[in-house]
Design a protein around this ligand. Sequence first.
Ligand code: ADE
Length: 255
Amino acid sequence: MSWQATVVTLFPEMFPGPLGQSLAGRALENGVWSCRTEDLREHGLGRHRAVDDTPFGGGAGMVIRPDVADAALAATQADANIPCVYLTPRGRPLTQADVRRYAAGPGVMLLCGRFEGVDERFLQARGVEQVSIGDYVLSGGETAALVLLDACVRLLPGVMGSEQSGVEESFSDGLLEYPHYTRPAVWDGHEVPEVLLSGNHAAIAQWRQAKAEETTRERRPDLWSAWLARKNENRTAAVGGAAQADLRGLRRIPT
Ligand code: ADE
């Protein structure tokens, strides 16, 4: 059974779009994953197939109607076990942990908004997860859906050439990745860090770890704090475990 992406959108022709190329495209051709779309417009109301209406309470923009969104969702006949995700800047930030969770399951059902958004009652009643791909506003959820799908598909078994590249990358252990260098060893007067040419694997690993930490500290103080907290937690647990082992040892001493 292939991993199933279903996308509810007003622009079905945007899919698979760039995901029809390269690694994801080959995996799509090989049946590793499938990409179906459901045209929201087909579930619109009246002669103009209206999918939206003005917001209760007033204000700018239009809101996608709950009955229209629900009819489109029902038409997909998506498996109830597949997470339903609405792409919106109001959502919680998408993380690599989410991506791993989606990729490990049977697939995802994605709802792409346009206009001001989707009626909240529909999202709540149907248990829709609300996810954002970053703190900026796109013109619609489609490009965000493509980002989410790209991140998931590359993790599907057999999609990436080297399994290792999936493990040793930014975010896999909460740090950004170390920098990379390739030939020529001197380019435009700039040299490659000497340690990388040394053949000393332990020294290289140590240098890469230090660079990953430095880069994360400088660029992502949020990730850095979380990483430090986790490290301290692990250390406390290890010390606690050792202390308990000592206690157990003490108890064995006959009094
Ligand atoms: N739709 C519009 N902007 C978005 C964002 N930042 N993330 C996800 N969906 C969006």
